[in-house]
Design a binder for this molecule. Structure first.
Ligand code: 5GP
Ligand code: SF4
Ligand code: MG
Length: 465
């Protein structure tokens, strides 16, 4: 998901809509905005589909007045999937004795089912199937006298990944879980401030990036300035390495590193680790593009756009059902026959999950007359599901957890198949000595199976680590 919040600017909800539009790649199922204005009070709008189709000045923006506003774009990793109910669309809102509070959450709570059962037992009435709602009910049970303290109380009980933006009548609040699995950034705009999942959301509104919210940090922003707190026990940070590989936009900056540059470096690592003699390096657009550029630069093999993407489609993987996903691949990508014919082609993609994309693309490329197809993948084999906010399927559906590399090569029907090593990926992310095996610098559980936060709900349901 993508989250955005802003305070201290007129027509704040307009900025939220723009910020969410820049974060649309993080979630395309639905979006929501809440605003506060002293006269109008809290106002909200929740809609299915793209931000650009729903949150236009003419239609909705007039109903979201005020200088304080937050928003969310949804990609379902918990709660209802595919057929998202509008009540699951964030920001969630609750009225407490001390005033209203809206919350938008990126990440996934790993003990939400247990908390929910406990809260229902004690009388809470849930209105959504979203894990985030646990935070609201935990806040309701807190004895603290103000909302930020109640948020702290609630967050000390939840486990998993959470980057949050929240708002009260007067405060914009940002929090990151102690491991900082999901990103959250801070910027200055005029006399106000903004929070966003990624820096690309600041560029679109001309805000000036200040710094990242740190793992375990909570900021409370008012017109008087920013207060910072560390409400949790300190622990080693474990940012999601897959944000660098795929999830974030390439024009965003994370930990002072350009995401594009990291991806280009992954391609260079791949070219060194798994060289192959061929005529062309082609990306699977758009997610494989920066890595393909790096592969081409390092290997000296010419880069070409062998596959053309129709940019009016959304991200295929994110369409929740198998059926839609299968349709999506064909609607979205087409081979550039003229340049592929009779060539030995290296195809670079960011990841193999179920392998459906790779298989289809290989077929299209061979149908177009390519002599050979070599796959190079800019992440290690995805062998484990993510429980922290990325919708990877169960193990049985992950190609790499059911097949060896050679079996995958045969299954995909390609001349060669290589994945970047975990150490190579860490080097590309700026860790010159690779992965610290005793205390890894990132979360890489979908590749390594080492989960930095125990996925207790899933273990309860029988998941075996
Ligand atoms: P597959 O076709 O192997 O099931 O999926 C791999 C493709 O899905 C890649 O091209 C990748 O860019 C794309 N993709 C989209 N969303 C995700 C995601 O959340 N996780 C992963 N691993 N890949 C995704
Ligand atoms: Fe990111 Fe993978 Fe960890 Fe999920 S399991 S947070 S996708 S690195
Ligand atoms: Mg892709």
């Amino acid at each position: 998901c993508g989250i955005f919040g802003i305070t201290g600017v007129a027509e704040a909800a307009n900025f939220v809509a723009l910020g969410l539009h820049a974060l649309q790649h993080r979630g395309q199922e639905a979006g929501g905005i809440v605003s506060y204005d002293p006269e109008a009070g809290f106002q909200s709008a929740r809609r299915f589909g793209y931000v650009r189709d729903n949150f236009t000045k003419a239609s909705l923006m007039e109903t979201l007045p005020g200088a304080l506003s937050i928003g969310h774009v949804r990609y379902s990793t918990s709660g209802s999937k595919g057929n998202t109910a509008i009540r699951d669309v964030q920001p969630l809102f609750a009225e407490f004795a001390m005033g209203g509070c809206a919350i938008a959450h990126n990440g996934n709570l790993t003990n939400a089912e247990q908390l929910k059962a406990e809260l229902i037992e004690r009388g809470s009435i849930f209105q959504s199937s979203s894990d985030t709602e646990c935070i609201i009910h935990l806040m309701a049970r807190s004895i603290q006298s103000n909302i930020p303290e109640r948020i702290k109380d609630a967050l000390r009980r939840v486990e998993g990944a959470f980057s949050l933006v929240a708002m009260t009548r007067s405060k914009l609040i940002g929090v990151r879980d102690p491991r900082g699995v999901r990103p959250l950034m801070l910027a200055k705009i005029g006399d106000g401030y903004a929070l966003a999942s990624e820096t690309c959301a600041f560029d679109i509104i001309g805000a000036e990036f200040m710094r990242e919210i740190e793992p375990g940090e909570m900021v409370i922003i008012t017109p008087d300035g920013i207060e910072s707190f560390y409400p949790f026990e300190k622990t080693q940070s474990r940012f999601c390495i897959f944000e660098h590989v795929y999830f974030s936009r390439p024009d965003s900056v994370i930990s002072g590193r350009s995401v594009y540059e990291t991806r280009r470096q992954i391609g260079m690592e791949l070219a060194r680790e798994a060289p192959v003699d061929a005529d062309l390096v082609c990306p699977v657009p758009d997610s494989g593009t920066p890595a393909a550029i790096g592969f081409s630069q390092e290997s000296g093999i010419p880069y070409a756009m062998g596959i053309i993407r129709n940019s009016y489609m959304g991200r295929t993987f994110i369409e929740p059902t198998e059926h839609i996903r299968n349709m999506g691949v064909r609607l979205k990508l087409n081979v550039n026959r003229a340049i592929i014919k009779d060539k030995r082609v290296i195809l670079v993609d960011d990841s193999v999950v179920r392998g459906t994309t790779s298989r289809k693309i290989k077929e299209m490329i061979l149908d177009a007359g390519a002599k050979e197809v070599h796959f190079r993948i800019a992440s290690p084999p995805t062998m484990w599901p993510c429980f922290y906010g990325v919708d990877t399927p169960a193990r049985e559906q992950l190609l790499a957890s059911t097949m060896s590399e050679e079996e995958m090569r045969v299954h995909l029907g390609v001349a060669s198949l290589k994945f970047v090593s975990l150490d190579g990926l860490y080097r590309a992310c700026g860790e010159d000595n690779g992965r610290n095996v005793l205390d890894p610098q990132y979360c890489d559980a979908c590749f390594s199976g080492e989960y930095p936060v125990r996925p207790s709900d899933m273990i309860e349901r029988g998941f075996q680590m």
